[in-house]
Design a protein around this ligand. Structure first.
Ligand code: ADP
Ligand code: TRP
Length: 322
C-alpha cells in the first residue's frame, strides 16, 4: 500500500501543523510505502519570492526530519524535483471540466478573501491530483479542508480510466483526519497562520514562554473553580502530558485555588519538555547541512523512478508515445 501526502512550505510550523499533519504522517510511515513531499509548486500560488520559498522549503525539510520522518522508511522529496508531475497535470487538465474546479471551496474562499485569482490557484487541484496519481498512491492522509481536492483527484482518475483504459491510473482513497483533533490557538479559535494565533514548534525559549502566558483566559477569581469546557489551556495541555497528569489539572480547575498563570506555567513546561528531543535533533540536523541535501537527493531519485514508470504507462495510454 502506498501512502502519499504533501505539505506546503508556507512559513514557520506551529503545533497545529504538528499534531494535525506531521505526527499522523510520521505514525503512518511504517504502515506502508510512504511518499512525503514538500509542495513547493503549490506554495508558488501565493509566494513569489525566490529566497523566501527556498528558505521555507529547507526549513520544512529540517523540521519534518527533526520530528521523526525517517528517510529509511519514507521517500521524502521536493515536489519540484520531479517536474514530470507537470506533464501529468496537463494530461489531467484535458479531461477536467471547468465546473469541477469552479466548485472548489478553497479556490472560492481564497478569491473571497481578496487573493487575486491567477490560473495556478484555479488549477491547483489538478496539480494536486497529479501529485497523487503520479505515484499510484492508494491512501492520502489529509485534513478536512482537502477532502474536496481528493474528490477531484478521484473524478479525474476515473475519467482518464474511462477514456484511456481501466488501470491507467490508480484511484486513491482519502484518509480524512478526525476534526475533533483541531488544535486551538492562543485566542481559542483554530490555530492558524491566518489568525495570527499560533504557537510555533521551534523558537527561542523566552519569547515562546511569553507567548504561552498570553493565552486568552476568562476572569474567574483565583480561589474559584475554573470552567473546564472549552478551556484552551486544558486542550493544549492534553496534547503534551499523560492522561493522569491531564486529569490532575482538570481536578485542580474544578477545585479552584489557583490562578490561570499557574496553569499556563505548567502548560509551558509540558510544551517545552515535549519538544525537547525534536529540538535537539533539529540542532544536530542544522549542524550538518549536507545531510538534508542528501536525504532530498535520494528521495528525489526514488520518487522519479516510480514517477517514470507510471508516466510511461500513461503516455502510452494517451498516445503521446508508442
Ligand atoms: P495554517 O492554517 O496555519 O495556514 P495549513 O493550512 O498550512 O495551516 O495546514 C497545514 C496542515 O496542518 C494541514 O494538514 C492542516 O490540516 C494541519 N493543521 C493546520 N492547523 C491545524 C490545527 N489548528 N489543528 C489541526 N491541524 C491543523
Ligand atoms: N494542498 C495540500 C495542503 O495545502 C498540500 C498538497 C499538495 C497535498 N499536493 C498534495 C496533500 C497531494 C496531499 C496530496 O495541505
Amino acid at each position: 500500500m502506498r501512502i502519499l501526502t504533501g505539505l506546503q512550505p508556507s512559513g514557520k510550523l506551529h503545533i497545529g501543523n504538528y499534531f494535525g499533519a506531521m505526527e499522523p504522517a510520521i505514525c503512518l510511515q511504517s504502515q506502508g510505502e510512504a511518499f512525503y513531499f514538500i509542495a513547493n509548486y503549490h506554495a508558488m500560488t501565493s509566494l513569489h519570492n525566490g529566497p523566501e520559498l527556498l528558505a521555507n522549503t529547507r526549513e520544512l525539510a529540517v523540521d519534518f526530519l527533526a520530528c521523526g520522518l525517517d528517510p529509511a522508511k519514507a521517500v521524502f522529496f521536493r515536489q519540484s524535483d520531479v517536474p514530470e508531475v507537470n506533464e501529468l497535470a496537463w494530461i489531467l487538465s484535458t479531461v477536467c471540466p471547468m465546473g469541477l474546479l469552479e466548485r472548489c471551496h478553497s479556490y472560492k474562499d481564497k478569491v473571497a478573501k481578496g487573493i487575486s485569482a491567477n490560473h495556478a490557484l484555479f488549477a491547483y487541484p489538478v496539480l494536486m491530483a497529479a501529485d497523487i496519481l503520479l505515484y499510484d498512491s492508494n491512501l492520502v492522509p489529509v485534513g478536512k479542508d482537502q477532502k474536496q481536492h481528493l474528490e477531484v483527484t478521484r473524478d479525474l482518475a476515473v475519467k482518464i480510466n474511462e477514456a484511456m483504459g481501466e488501470g491507467t491510473l490508480t484511484v486513491p482513497e482519502p484518509m480524512i483526519r478526525d476534526e475533533s483533533a483541531v488544535v486551538p490557538g492562543l485566542d481559542g479559535q483554530k490555530m492558524s497562520k491566518s489568525y495570527h494565533n499560533t504557537i510555533p514548534m521551534f523558537g527561542e525559549e523566552k519569547p515562546l514562554r511569553k507567548l504561552i502566558m498570553k493565552i486568552v483566559s476568562d476572569s474567574t477569581a483565583v480561589e474559584d473553580p475554573k470552567p473546564t469546557e472549552n478551556s484552551t489551556i486544558l486542550a493544549l495541555y492534553k496534547l503534551f502530558v499523560s492522561d493522569s497528569d491531564y486529569q490532575e489539572m482538570v481536578a485542580s480547575f474544578q477545585a479552584g485555588g489557583f490562578g490561570y498563570g499557574h496553569y499556563k506555567t505548567l502548560l509551558w513546561e509540558a510544551y517545552w519538555n515535549y519538544f525537547a528531543p525534536m529540538r535537539a535533533r533539529r540542532e544536530e540536523i542544522l549542524a550538518d547541512p549536507g545531510y538534508v541535501d542528501q536525504v532530498l537527493r535520494q528521495g528525489a531519485e526514488r520518487a522519479r523512478e516510480t514517477a517514470a514508470t507510471v508516466l510511461n504507462r500513461i503516455r502510452k495510454a494517451t498516445g503521446l508515445s508508442a
